[in-house]
Design a protein around this ligand. Structure first.
Ligand code: SAM
Ligand code: SF4
Length: 333
């Protein structure tokens, strides 16, 4: 599948819920959150049908996200079915890590159950190693849970565990080095992510923005010049650099400042309320749930997906005076 700008589409990010057990200000509105009613969210059966059809069109990788995907009931059997769809070679999960240690029927930890279901990689969000700062960022005092979740994920034996840290001025400065050291110690692939304008304006003001280049320079003061590793890519848009004298790579996701950011985009997004989005940083979205629930045939869904791919923009609109529309939690990060 290819769009009109030469992007080859092979990756579907699927949000399975808009609910979350944390309250990160950059992701959800500060006013009281109103969750979607159950019937407003795609059922597992509906998602599996869409992924099955998309797999026949060239989608090979799926990442399950939310909200917090591990808060949705019966996620493990769903993931097992997702992983066994013909043509899907890799399924990953993005999580805040707080529920990875939770016991689930038949498994000592959710991390172990995810691996047994066939999930190959987990991305865990962690912006800070300071438990008080963690609580201030996420609105929850769950730092200990995340640490234990990371350890259980490491114990489970995933192919790859990534750590995602959102950069914010006034919060990230003292955390860059501890996060790099922590990732190195644990063998995790750390990525620093620029804040994107997908939440309330107050959190996303100019004064909160912390560019990846500043983070890199600050690490270079400690480690010396980081070596670009253009040859190393994961499925996403991170640029990786090697830390001198170490067997460690650190990724930078410069959504706002990297002008080449969109060139390698291979992604479509399915929101939990059934909208297919060709780009996170564009307000374009197409109502796939309406098609599915209106009785669309598989052929009609193929045509629908092809139409959305044709509408994929060359690049996101974040730099073009973009006004936050749907929050990250409602789109799926
Ligand atoms: N709850 C899971 C988690 O926190 O990893 C999965 C969903 S979350 C929306 C996915 C990722 O989006 C997280 O790494 C989070 O830090 C990131 N994110 C949320 N809001 C963001 C924003 N405004 N700018 C950049 N990244 C953001
Ligand atoms: Fe929840 Fe993840 Fe959004 Fe934080 S970033 S509020 S953990 S969905």
């Amino acid at each position: 599948m290819q769009d009109n700008h030469g992007h080859k589409i092979s990756y579907l990010r699927v949000s399975i819920t808009d609910r979350c057990n944390e309250r990160c200000g950059y992701c959800m509105p500060s006013e009281l959150q109103e969750w979607l009613p159950r019937e407003g969210v795609l059922s597992y059966e509906e998602i599996l049908r869409v992924v099955g059809i998309a797999a026949g069109m060239g989608i090979t990788k799926v990442r399950v996200t939310g909200g917090e995907p591990l808060t949705r009931r019966d996620i493990i059997p769903f993931l097992g079915r997702l992983c066994s769809i013909a043509g899907i070679s890799e399924v990953g999960v993005s999580t805040n890590g707080t529920l990875l240690s939770k016991t689930v029927p038949g498994f000592a930890t959710t991390a172990g159950a995810l691996l047994a279901a066939g999930v190959r990689s987990v991305n865990i969000s962690l912006d800070t190693l300071d438990s008080e700062a963690y609580a201030a960022t996420t609105g929850r005092d769950y730092f200990g849970r995340v640490m234990s979740g990371i350890n259980d994920a490491l114990g489970a034996g995933f192919e790859r565990i990534k750590l995602n840290a959102v950069l914010m001025r006034g919060r990230s400065e003292g955390q860059l080095l501890p996060l790099v050291e922590f990732a190195n110690e644990k063998g995790l692939l750390l990525r620093f992510i620029e804040l994107m304008p997908v939440s309330s304006g107050d959190v996303l003001s100019e004064s909160s923005f912390f560019p990846t280049a500043t983070a890199r320079r600050s690490l270079e003061e400690v480690f010396g010049k980081l070596q670009p590793r253009a040859d190393f890519r994961t499925n996403g848009p991170a640029s990786y650099f090697a830390v001198p004298g170490r067997d460690q790579l650190v990724g930078f996701i410069g959504a706002m400042t990297n002008l080449h950011f969109c060139e390698t985009c291979n992604k479509l997004r399915l929101t939990c309320d059934g909208k297919l989005r060709p780009c996170l940083g564009s307000h374009l979205e197409f109502d796939l749930m309406k098609e599915i629930r209106g009785g669309a045939s598989d052929k009609q869904i193929v045509e629908f997906i092809e139409h959305v791919v044709r509408r994929k923009p060359m690049a996101h609109d974040f730099r073009e005076n973009y006004q936050p529309g749907r929050k990250m939690i409602a789109i799926g990060g």
